[in-house]
Design a protein around this ligand. Structure first.
Ligand code: F6R
Ligand code: MG
Ligand code: MG
Length: 413
């Protein structure tokens, strides 16, 4: 049966949220229906971060910076752009955790993050003369998407489940490849994740999207079938970084930031200090399986002057642990745990603020002592390929003219 349509409009309210207005003629009456037109009931979690200044030196974010960021996101929440937000920091990186229904790479959400970082820089970092005020804002003006402009971005759009636990990991003094080892262990290593063996919902495995940051191209690798291919790539963590993970039936499971600041700026501008979102439970790895790899403080690149290998130390979000000190480090990761409830962020729980991670911190401190004793020698200091993106080449340049060709010894007549 066909009903004559009297009128139908789809338009945009403030912030561009679409709504519909339809009138249908039914017998002698007409029925009018109006409402929000969501592309779906999907929720998007956007974690966008930047170092816009810190104290002392590259140590930690100032409480005033967090306050200004919160005020900015509160306005966006009141206007309906955001459903919810949480502002925190990892060492000297300001972290905006936001939920909304606008999907990934949305220009309004990215613009909100960009203008928030700008505002924090102008209102707090510059007046307080914080160190490196606005350092990660590499572009003059916002142009549609913060990717490639300095800030790091991890985003995931998904259908909210009946109960949806979500963990956000935020690292300081390291690079996106730091997630390769823990993400592999969470989603592909049965010695870490018991569910890969025991739970039929996980047994089908996961697909990893890998970005080649040098060539700007990506590839999807399906596990467990292609586990060795995956490891062949992601073992080179400075170049091949995990950007997304999906359960093999398509369910989004994890997303990580992949930007390499030095590749954007063409010079050393600090490490990228990546973020990562992982969903957990009920057909995905359990929260404890997600946290387990961080009990091993594996070696990552970053630390002092972005030029050294050191252990990734899991620390509490609480201020005493969440600021770098020794040799500007060691590199560290904080974890915030939430339940998503109709897009609201219930939490956070301080995932590494637990005595169960004391031993990992102790091991990380032992590794710190051991690595530091190498001073300027590799493998503590990064290899020549990675050092190309630091200030070392300027030093080597000075010595260039002093090199003399070795004379080949005259052979005896
Ligand atoms: C590493 C980092 C710090 C600085 C170091 C020197 O990502 O941010 O280790 O590289 O403190 O900083 P500048 O050159 O600003 O004195
Ligand atoms: Mg800094
Ligand atoms: Mg940092």
């Amino acid at each position: 049966m066909n009903f004559p349509l009297l009128n139908a409009t789809c338009t945009s309210a403030e912030w561009g949220t679409p709504y519909y207005d339809v009138t249908i003629k039914f017998d002698a009456q007409s029925i009018r229906a109006r409402g929000l037109l969501m592309s779906s009931h999907k929720i998007t979690v956007s974690v966008i971060k930047a170092d816009v200044g810190s104290y002392p030196g590259h140590g930690t974010v100032h409480p005033k910076q967090m306050e200004v960021a919160r005020d900015s996101l509160e306005v966006a929440k009141k206007q309906g752009l955001l459903i919810d937000y949480f502002v925190t920091h990892a060492g000297d990186d300001l972290e905006l955790i936001m939920t909304h229904r606008r999907g990934e790479n949305d220009s309004k959400i990215h613009e909100l993050a960009w203008s928030t970082f700008k505002e924090v820089t102008e209102k707090v970092s510059k007046p307080l003369k914080l160190y490196g005020a606005g350092q990660d804002l590499l572009a003059e003006a916002f142009s549609g998407n913060v990717k490639g402009m300095g800030p790091g971005v991890a985003e995931m759009e998904f259908e909210e489940r009946r109960s949806d636990p979500l963990l956000v990991f935020m690292a300081d003094k390291t690079e996106p490849g730091a997630w390769n080892l823990p993400l592999f262990r969470i989603f592909a290593d049965p010695f870490n994740t018991a569910g890969l063996i025991i739970d039929p919902a996980l047994h089908g495995g996961f697909t990893f999207e890998i970005l080649d940051v040098m060539e700007d191209q990506s590839v999807r690798i399906r596990c467990p079938e292609e586990t060795y291919d995956l490891l062949a790539l992601i073992g080179t963590s400075a170049r091949y970084v995990i950007s997304k993970i999906y359960r093999n039936d398509g369910m989004p499971a994890a997303a990580a930031s992949t930007s390499r600041l030095s590749l954007i700026a063409g010079r050393y501008v600090g490490k990228d200090d990546p973020v990562c979102i992982v969903r957990a439970q009920h057909g995905l790895p359990a929260v404890g399986e997600v946290l387990e790899p961080f009990a091993f403080p594996h070696l990552v690149a970053g630390w002092m002057r972005g030029s050294h290998h050191g252990p990734l130390m899991p620390v509490s979000i609480a201020d005493t642990q969440n600021r770098v000190t020794r040799f500007d480090g060691p590199p560290r990761v904080v974890g915030a745990g939430f339940q998503i409830s109709d897009g609201r962020l219930v939490g956070p729980a301080d995932m590494f603020g637990d005595p169960a991670f004391d031993r990992a911190r102790q091991v990380a401190n032992e590794i710190t002592d051991y690595m530091r004793r190498h001073g300027p020698f590799m493998p503590h200091r990064l290899g020549p390929e990675e050092m190309e993106y630091t200030t070392l080449p300027e030093v080597l340049e000075k010595l260039k003219t002093r090199f003399k060709k070795e004379q080949v010894a005259a052979t005896a007549a």
